[in-house]
Design a protein around this ligand. Sequence first.
Ligand SMILES: Nc1ncnc2c1ncn2[C@@H]1O[C@H](COP(=O)(O)OP(=O)(O)OP(=O)(O)O)[C@@H](O)[C@H]1O
Length: 224
Amino acid sequence: MIEMIKVSKIYPPDVTALSDVSVTIGRGEMFFVIGMSGAGKTTLLKLLCSMETPTNGLIEVAGKPIHKMKGSALARLRQKIGVAYQDFKLLDDRTTAENIAISMEVSYKKPDIIRKRVIDLLEQLNLSDKHDTITGELSRGEQQRVALARAVANSPTLILVDEPTGNLDAITTERVMKLLNKCNTSGATVIIATHDGSIYRNTPHRVMELSRGRMHAMHGGESV
Ligand SMILES: Nc1ncnc2c1ncn2[C@@H]1O[C@H](COP(=O)(O)OP(=O)(O)OP(=O)(O)O)[C@@H](O)[C@H]1O
């Protein structure tokens, strides 16, 4: 699903966020990216959805060189990618349900299917009572879950999540991970950038550790 070859990212004028990172992530894999603050985790996710372009190196997503794509071809590829950003990027003046519905509306899903999917996701994330709440009025932990629901709503083949549990208690963290695991067992490739040891310790999945923009280690889960 993903091939990164010797990828570097330097933000102008001279901040090296990623340096020579090479990794292959298989279709249907769940994959963790860990590392200290500033290690380059968010940058890596942004490169994978073409929010940023690499300074050097090659990036393929679903067999396509996403870093070279533009226009409608890029838009089509991005429809297959669901992203939950660290800063959420919600439409603060719209309701929870409206925010979650967006990706499905863009791909012309039927209103009835959208309504049911929104209700189902809100139930899974313990947000049913926030269906009609303006997202600007939600707590950060609630906004974080709305951002996640929006990312997975349209059943994308690639899901990128940045710090999905940063503002959550242990029980809510479990709910979030249950949803992401469900997406993964349904076939989605899921990449999670996180500081939260509770979600990757003892995982059977691969864990890539970044340190100052470089790949520091690749763990097999059990050894973390
Ligand atoms: N738009 C930008 N312009 C300049 N420097 C940036 C920009 N975005 C990130 N950086 C720098 O790149 C480096 C990597 O940042 P990045 O956000 O990828 O790290 P991170 O591992 O996600 O950190 P955190 O865990 O704190 O979110 C940092 O030194 C950061 O200051």
